[in-house]
Design a protein around this ligand. Structure first.
Ligand code: UGA
Length: 536
């Protein structure tokens, strides 16, 4: 089929390249001249696994790029709208780009067009696009507007597209449903996977996907409700993590036990720094606003947002707890992207934390495998430097902060890390390590929803006196800033001297979740000895 995709951001570019990959003739249009020129020259502007491979496979043949939406529309039977819908100040979605595209399509119409809305949009957008098309001269009966939300995750977007759980199509005619079914048939019936050059099927993906036909309004709500529900799971587990810290329980154990219930499932139950990225924060806020405009106060979503914001503050409190004062401290930061496997720093908890630490006059040596170029633009400040690797960042740092769940960070050489750090303090916002393993390496380790371990006996919390290591302060009481902090797990345990390859429960869950896999079983991570917890 001849397809136009308008917009070459994450969604548009992945969709365009993937449609070409499953056999369609695709023109991808974007009004950014430089971007189109780069794409025509084979330069892929985003870090996305398999995307360069499928673009180079089809570029110039089944996949072409243009700056003219009208040219793309005239050459196609189906036009996908995949432009940005940023958040307005009021928290709603800004649909002006969608409206512009609808206008362009209407003005270029030269036969029946199926107009497919793929950008994440609020309910009723389908009707608005239809109306905008009519107002701009598209004859009734010469087009139909369909809603086809996408469920791609950054980092696994190509395989999410080619091996979807479901394809949702909101439309009002059988003709439109048939056309959409035909477009997606190789990925719905699984025939794509059998092609010799197919991008490998992730183990956990379904052999046959569901084609879910709904009304346009339902399709629009499915997208917002899905993202809001996933964000709610993340906030829920983070709230439970906070309770774990107060009672001396371990969130990794709790999440494993909760997620093992088939009715709940283990995915999106990883506690950490809260959700970020270009989707969840924007969509939760937009969904809340849409509901409000329609007459429903979705208060649950207020709490989802509040917990998420608090999670970053809680981590900053831990940094202060571990380091006492922040001014002048040098910190090694691993991770700037909003999650692993992407170079995207939009709404990244890591970037927010770095900004807060810079504001407290810390100096930062940061490393991220893919996001440093983007971060340099966002974090232009003399107190931040960018390292060539994780160990370069650690050199003479007062503490190590792990802020993004890159797989590369799950297997650090801990002995080397300790020898490079000025103080053996690690703050892990992603729970990538077992506390006991860290203690075994002589590292003080603060993570999320688990008891902190401090490598040397700490001073009596009442006295607030820092423990001394030679002339230097090594670690202070976790309750040092007066907040109701977690229990100290003073661990004299002698580690086994090696770490590489031994992943924590969270790191395993992270890998499984990134692959969409099942829960982690049988991990042997530490059980905190909380018998003397003051609040027990
Ligand atoms: C999300 C959805 O997962 C996709 O289905 C959807 O298509 C996409 O938004 C979108 O609307 O375009 P994405 O933003 O790429 O995808 O990232 P996720 O993998 O969903 O992660 C979102 C955030 O939640 C990240 O900051 C991640 O670190 C965090 N997260 C995720 C957790 O903190 N814990 C978890 O267990 C899972």
């Amino acid at each position: 089929m001849k397809i136009a995709v308008v917009g070459s951001g994450y969604v548009g570019l992945v969709a365009a390249a993937s449609f070409a990959e499953i056999g369609h003739q695709v023109i991808c249009a974007d009004n950014d001249l430089q971007k189109v020129a780069a794409l025509q020259a084979g330069i892929v502007p985003i870090h996305e696994k398999f995307l360069p491979e499928i673009i180079s496979r089809h570029c110039g043949e089944r996949l072409t790029f243009t700056t003219s939406t009208q040219e793309a529309v005239r050459a196609s039977e189906v036009v996908f709208i995949a432009v940005g819908t940023p958040t307005t100040e009021a928290g709603a979605a800004d649909l002006s780009h969608v409206e512009c595209v609808a206008r362009d399509i209407a003005r270029a119409i030269n036969g029946f067009k199926l107009v497919v809305e793929k950008s994440t949009v609020p309910v009723y957008t389908n009707e608005w696009v239809h109306r905008a098309m009519l107002l701009n001269g598209a004859p009734e009966g010469q087009f139909e507007v369909v809603s086809n939300p996408e469920f791609l995750r950054e980092g696994t977007a190509v395989t999410d597209f080619l091996y979807p759980d479901r394809v949702v199509v909101g439309c009002s005619s059988e003709r439109a449903a048939q056309m959409m079914c035909e477009i997606y048939s190789p990925v719905i019936d699984g025939t794509y996977a059998n092609e010799p050059t197919a991008i490998p099927r992730p183990e956990e993906s379904l052999l046959v996907s569901q084609f879910i036909q709904t009304s346009a309004r339902s399709a629009e709500l499915i997208k917002h409700a899905s993202n809001a529900f996933l964000a709610m799971r993340v906030s829920f587990i983070n709230a439970v993590a906070n309770v774990c810290e107060l009672v001396g329980a371990d969130i990794e154990e709790v999440a494993r036990g909760v997620g093992a219930d088939k009715r709940i499932g283990s995915r999106f139950l990883r506690a950490g720094l809260g959700y970020g990225g270009s989707c969840f924060p924007k969509d939760v806020s937009a969904f809340k606003t849409v509901a409000q405009e329609c007459g429903y106060e979705f208060r649950l979503l207020d709490e989802v947002i509040r917990i998420n914001e608090d999670q970053r503050q809680a981590f900053l409190r831990k940094v202060r707890t571990a380091l006492w004062t922040l001014k002048g401290k040098r910190l090694a930061v691993l991770g700037l992207a909003f999650k692993g496997d992407t170079d995207d720093i939009r709404e990244s908890p890591a970037v927010a934390i770095v900004k807060a630490l810079l504001a407290q006059e810390c100096s930062i040596a940061a490393y991220d495998p893919a996001a440093m170029e983007r971060a340099k633009v966002e974090l232009a400040c003399e107190n931040i430097s960018y390292a060539d690797g994780p160990y370069e960042a650690m050199h003479q740092a007062d503490a190590l902060l792990i802020l993004t769940d890159w797989e590369e960070f799950t297997s650090l050489d801990l002995a080397r890390a300790k020898s490079l750090l000025r103080y053996p303090i690690v703050l892990d916002g992603r729970n990538l390590y077992d506390p006991e393993l860290m203690a075994g390496h002589g590292l003080s380790y603060y993570s999320v929803g688990r008891t902190a371990v401090v490598s040397k006996p700490v001073a009596d919390p009442e006295s607030q006196v820092p423990v001394q290591n030679g002339n230097d302060i090594q670690a202070i009481s976790p309750n040092g800033n007066g907040h109701n902090g977690h229990a100290v797990h003073t661990n004299g345990h002698n580690g086994n001297g090696h770490h590489n390859g031994s992943l924590s429960a969270a790191a395993k869950a992270m890998k499984a979740s990134a692959n969409g896999g099942a829960s982690t079983n049988g991990s042997n991570h530490a059980i905190p000895k909380n018998g003397n917890h003051p609040r027990k």
